[in-house]
Design a protein around this ligand. Structure first.
Ligand code: ADP
Ligand code: MG
Length: 224
């Protein structure tokens, strides 16, 4: 049996707001195995984004333990957390955060070059990923020349560009209409499965969640 790619133990996060303490995560435990696609379901405000920020090593302030690919990450210095993010993680957000002055291919090339891949190889991979996502005819369009669904597909290609062991997605189709959302999510899942990555995908949509390998539900600060 291989070891989990993510292991959370007794993860806690409390916000202090105007003298009030809000306990958002109150002891979350979760293991995700390599290649497993997990839906993180919960209503708005239940703490999904907070939990993804913890797993993405994007913010401090958490208690408990977070292991990524067997490495205990919660106490590491920020440059070490950055290294783990680069080596293992890919991110898709609700809004695409693409670079506006660069075309679709360049947006997918960029993170590969940051990771040390040469431009020619990075371009081949970018074009392949975009073509797999049905964007072969939109390679040189800039974000503002693409529809919302197309922008999110570029964001998916960018997240997968460096072959992450784990993709973290925060309501990746949350700002798309239902039909587009179904299509984009289907292509996203197919690509993640094809690449063999694991994924943790936050959504409040039961129908979308049912297409993943496993569902975990966040409420009252814990998973059930
Ligand atoms: P979800 O993504 O499930 O909608 P969030 O993780 O964004 O939920 O937020 C969970 C709760 O934590 C909300 O009540 C929110 O107001 C609160 N919260 C999130 N971030 C902060 C913050 N930086 N300061 C204070 N409260 C926060
Ligand atoms: Mg959220």
């Amino acid at each position: 049996m291989s070891e989990p790619i993510v292991s959370l133990r007794d993860l806690r996060r409390t916000f202090e707001q105007g003298g009030q303490r809000i306990e958002v995560l109150r002891g979350v435990n979760l293991d995700i195995m390599p290649g497993e696609i997990v839906a993180l379901l919960g209503p708005s405000g239940s703490g999904k984004s907070t939990m993804l920020q913890a797993v993405g090593l994007l913010e401090g302030g958490f208690e408990g333990s977070i292991a990524i690919a067997g490495e205990r990450a919660e106490k590491l210095a920020s440059d070490e957390r950055t290294r783990i993010r680069r080596e293992h993680l890919g991110f898709v957000y609700q809004f695409h955060h693409l670079l506006p002055d660069f075309n679709a291919t360049e947006n997918v090339v960029m993170p590969q070059m940051v990771a040390g891949v040469d431009r020619a190889s990075a371009t081949v991979r970018a074009e392949q990923l975009l073509t797999d996502l049905g964007l072969g005819h939109r390679l040189t369009h800039r974000p503002n020349q693409l529809s919302g669904g197309e922008q999110q597909r570029v964001a998916v290609a960018r997240a997968l560009a460096n072959q992450p062991t784990l993709v973290l997605a925060d309501e990746p189709t949350g700002n798309l209409d239902e039909t587009t959302s179904d299509t984009v999510l289907g292509q996203f899942l197919e690509l993640v499965r094809g690449e063999g990555s694991a994924a943790l995908i936050a959504t409040h949509n039961e129908r979308l969640a049912s297409r993943m390998d496993r569902i975990v539900r966040l409420h009252d600060g814990v998973l059930d």
